[in-house]
Every structure is written in C-alpha cells, then in structure tokens.
Design a binder for this molecule. Structure first.
Ligand code: CUA
Length: 325
C-alpha cells in the first residue's frame, strides 16, 4: 500500500471512528442495559470476523489447496456439516444467549418511578407518574434519577415510532394501541441524546429528544417544580399574542388560559434544553428562529406557519415562551 492509498484509507475511516463516542452513541453506555447491548455487539463483531476468516481460509483450501484438501472440500458431507450444521448451531446458540442477555431482567419488581412516553408526529409526549398517582406532563426531554428502577411505558398516538437513547438502552418500538415496557437503571448523571429509530413520516429524522440523568435529590426538586403551573410572566405583550393567535388551542400552559392537548405541553418550555424536539438549542433566539422558520426547518410538522406575525410580535412571543420557566 503506497502513502496515498494509506492516507485515503485512514481519512475515510476517520468519520467512522468519530461516530463511536459522544452524546448519542451506544459506545458511551451509561446504564446496565446499554452495557449489555455493547457486549452483544462486540461478541457478534469478533465472532463474525473469526467466522469470515475461517470461511475465506476454507475457500482458499478448496480452490488452491493440495489435491487431497480440494477433494475433501468437494465431499457432500463436508458441505453439509460446514455449510448447514455449523451455521444453524452458531445462530441458535447466539439467539439463546442474546435472549437471555437482553431478557426481561427485573421486570417483576415494583419500579421506583413510572414514566409514560408517547411518540407523536414528530415529537415526544412525556408523562411522569408520581407516587400518589398524579401525573406531570412534559415534552421532548426525558429526565430520570440515577440509581432508581425506572419503568418506561412506551406507546404511540399515531404511527409506528421507536424510542432510542443509545447511551441508555437498545431500541424499543412505540406501537399505536399497544404499550411496550422498558426497565432502566441509570448509573451516572449526564445529558445524552436520542432519536426516533423507526421511519414515521416526513420529519422522522428530526424527531429527537434529550435524556437527562439526574442526581435523585435534584430530580425530586425538578419534578416538584415541573408539576407546578407556569410562573407569573412579565412578558405581557407576548402573552397577549399567544392568546390572540390561538396557540392555546393546541398547546397547554398550566396556570394560563391554554388548555390544548394536541401539541407539546409548554408549561415550562423556557427551562428545556431544546426547541422543536431536539432541533434547536433552548433559549429566546432559538424560539424566535423556530417561530419564523419552522415549516422550513422541520418540513411537514403539524404546527401552522403563523406567517402573519411581524418580527416585533414574534420576538415578543419568543420572550413570553422563554419566560415559561
Ligand atoms: Cu417517530 Cu420516526
């Protein structure tokens, strides 16, 4: 291999290696569930490399080997054993082991926390079920305490979606009219990213979410605040535009005149990490950008364009939304 070919090979491998770590990678596991996925991947990768090398060696022997070797590989019994029996045995063992490894460990015990996640085109409805049975609704961000047994109840409001935060666990489908379960126990605090992993229509690739693993005390405080109504806002002009534009027909802001349930709950939108389901970072500027350009930034999303708003009105509306802490 000359220097140029070597450089091209290395350069083309670099992006692949860069994808192996980070906030949305199964190679940076933060829970036992994700550790098991990584183990399964490694065993399968190494196993398939070994089997691939063996097949290549046998092929070489059958084509270029000594006369007796070639004759041996021509026998029907050898083809039957190596070509049928061996793959069936290897795949059966792998299947049994993977079922055991990724099985329903801990499914029978009482969880510390239940969270319902519903996939919607193209965002995530997140409902925390508190110990007293009361519910707290949020969106596009899943906050969980570390060192707690969490039960996620996953479903869909419309079409097939798939919940996937690679650093936490493997994919679980979200099926309309059916609830799938995922048990999680997060090991360390941190912010990671997830993505819908099942094609669900136009904006599928832009259906993202943040996963936030928190210290248990911090989580309790956060949930207590999240369960309350929106704080009284000083952004009265933006609030008036919100009401007059009919935003409350689809969005709910608890404590305000906004009962809508079609779109994401906006009660504490200002304290979320992102706008548009992981599309833009949180904050006034991002909210302004979203309000101005969301049909272009996230094509096919179900929110009307609100093109009649002037720049000043849009700014005021963004300031109001950001004040919903
Ligand atoms: Cu939801 Cu893809």
């Amino acid at each position: 291999m000359n220097a140029v070919t070597r450089f091209i090979a290395l350069a083309s491998a670099a992006p692949l290696l860069a994808g192996c770590a980070g906030a949305q990678s199964m190679f940076s596991p933060m829970a036992a569930e994700a550790d098991r996925v990584v183990l399964l991947f490694r065993v399968m990768l190494i196993g398939s490399c070994v089997i691939g090398a063996l097949v290549a060696y046998c092929l070489w022997l059958a084509c270029r080997g000594a006369e007796d070797r070639r004759r041996m590989f021509g026998k029907e019994s050898v083809v039957f054993r190596l070509g049928l029996l061996l793959p069936v045995m290897v795949l059966t063992l792998l299947l049994l082991w993977s079922l055991r490894l990724l099985g329903r460990a801990g499914q029978d015990t009482e969880p510390d926390l239940v969270v319902r996640l519903q996939g919607e085109q193209w965002w995530w409805r997140v409902t925390y079920v508190r110990a007293d049975g009361s519910e707290v609704e949020s969106a596009n961000e899943l906050r969980l305490p570390v060192d707690a047994d969490v039960l996620l109840e996953l479903s869909s409001a419309d079409v097939l979606h798939s919940f996937w935060i690679p650093a936490w666990a493997g994919k679980v489908d979200m099926v309309p009219g059916h609830t799938n379960h995922l048990r999680l126990r997060l090991a360390e605090p941190g912010i990671v990213r997830g993505q819908c992993a099942e094609y669900c229509g136009g904006a599928h690739a832009l259906m993202r979410l943040y996963g936030v693993a928190m210290d248990p005390n911090e989580f309790t405080q956060w949930l207590a605040r999240e369960s309350g109504p929106a704080v009284a806002t000083t952004q009265t002009q933006g609030r008036e535009i919100f009401v007059a534009s009919g935003c409350g027909g689809c969005h709910r802001v608890r404590g305000e005149v906004a009962p809508g349930r079609v779109g994401p709950d906006l009660t504490h939108l200002g304290s979320r990490l992102s706008v548009g389901a992981g599309l833009l970072p949180g904050g006034v500027a991002a909210l302004e950008t979203w309000l101005a350009r969301h049909p272009v930034l996230k094509p096919e999303n179900h929110m009307p364009a609100f093109a009649f708003l002037t720049d000043t009105e849009r700014r005021a509306l963004a300031l109001y939304l950001a004040s919903l802490q």
